[in-house]
Design a binder for this molecule. Structure first.
Ligand SMILES: Nc1ncnc2c1ncn2[C@@H]1O[C@H](COP(=O)(O)OP(=O)(O)OP(=O)(O)O)[C@@H](O)[C@H]1O
Length: 232
C-alpha cells in the first residue's frame, strides 16, 4: 500500500505576481515509511505537509492513499480524515495550559474513532511519572513528548511533523527522534518529518528534497541510521 502524490500545485498571488509554493510535485512512498522532507526556507515543505494533512488544499494534482483520492474529499470528509487518519506535531507544542498531561492527551483521544489507551501511550512515551503535571511544569522536551502523545493517541495512520525538534537542545531533539522512529515501527505509522537539519535525513527511509516548490531529489535510503546514531 502506498501514498501517491501526483502533480501537486499550489500557487499564491503576491500582488500581481504568481508564485508556486508547490509546482508539479509527484512522488510515491510505501505506507509505514519514515520520510524526511528537506529544503531551504520557502521551498514548500510546510505547504506540502499541510496539503497531505488536509489542512490546506492544492490548486491542482492528486493525493491518493489506499486508492482513495483525498484531494477530492468534501470539507466534511476532510475533517473526518484529519481526525481519524492524521496526527500533527509542530515545532511549538500547542498544549492546553489549563489541562494536565493526562487531560491534554485525553482531549484528542476523544476526537477519534480508533483511539489507543491513554495510559499505554503515556507509558510508550515515558510520561507516566508526569501525568498529573501541567505544561508549565515540564521542560521543552517533555512538552514535545506530550504533543507527540496527543498526536498518536488517536492511532493515526500518518504523522506529520513540522520541525518537531526545532526548539529543542541536542539531547532532547535526539530523544524525540527516537520516539518518532519507535512509534513508526511499533504501529507501522507513516511519518513525514519536515526539517532544515540535513543530518536527520540519515535516519529516514525516504528523503525528499524541495527547492522553490519543486522536488530536486528523491532518495530511497537503503541503510537508515538508528535515531540514536544521528549526529550534528
Ligand atoms: N498564505 C500564503 N500566502 C502567500 N504566500 C504563501 C502563503 N503560504 C506560503 N506562501 C509562500 O509559499 C512558499 C512556500 O512556503 P512554505 O511555508 O511551504 O515553505 P517552507 O519550505 O515550509 O519554509 P520554512 O522552512 O521557512 O517554514 C513561500 O514562498 C511562501 O512565502
Amino acid at each position: 500500500m502506498s501514498i501517491k502524490v501526483c502533480n501537486l500545485k499550489k500557487r499564491y498571488m503576491i500582488g500581481k505576481n504568481e508564485i508556486f509554493a508547490l509546482n508539479n510535485v509527484s512522488f510515491e512512498i510505501n505506507k509505514g515509511s519514515f520520510a524526511v522532507i528537506l529544503g531551504p526556507s520557502g521551498s514548500g515543505k510546510s505547504t506540502l505537509l499541510n496539503i497531505l494533512g488536509g489542512i490546506d488544499k492544492a490548486d491542482e494534482g492528486k493525493i491518493i492513499i489506499d486508492d482513495e483520492e483525498i484531494t477530492k474529499y468534501s470539507d466534511e470528509k476532510l475533517t473526518e480524515y484529519r481526525r481519524n487518519y492524521v496526527g500533527f506535531i509542530f515545532q511549538f507544542y500547542n498544549l492546553v495550559n489549563t489541562l494536565n498531561v493526562y487531560e491534554n492527551v485525553c482531549s484528542t483521544a476523544v476526537l477519534s474513532k480508533n483511539s489507543l489507551d491513554v495510559e499505554e501511550i503515556l507509558d510508550v512515551i515515558g510520561l507516566k511519572a508526569h501525568k498529573r503535571k501541567f505544561p508549565y511544569e515540564l521542560s521543552g522536551g517533555e512538552q514535545q513528548r506530550v504533543a507527540i502523545a496527543r498526536a498518536i493517541v488517536k492511532n493515526p495512520k500518518m504523522i506529520l511533523c513540522d520541525e518537531p525538534t526545532g526548539a529543542l537542545d541536542y539531547e532532547n531533539a535526539k530523544n524525540i527522534l527516537s520516539i518518532l522512529r519507535n512509534i513508526n515501527q511499533k504501529y507501522n505509522t507513516t511519518v513525514f518529518l519536515v526539517t532544515h537539519n540535513v543530518a536527520i535525513s540519515k535516519m529516514a527511509d525516504v528523503i525528499i528534497r524541495l527547492r522553490s516548490g519543486e522536488i530536486i531529489d528523491y532518495i530511497l535510503n537503503e541503510a537508515p541510521l538508528k535515531a540514536e546514531e544521528v549526529e550534528w
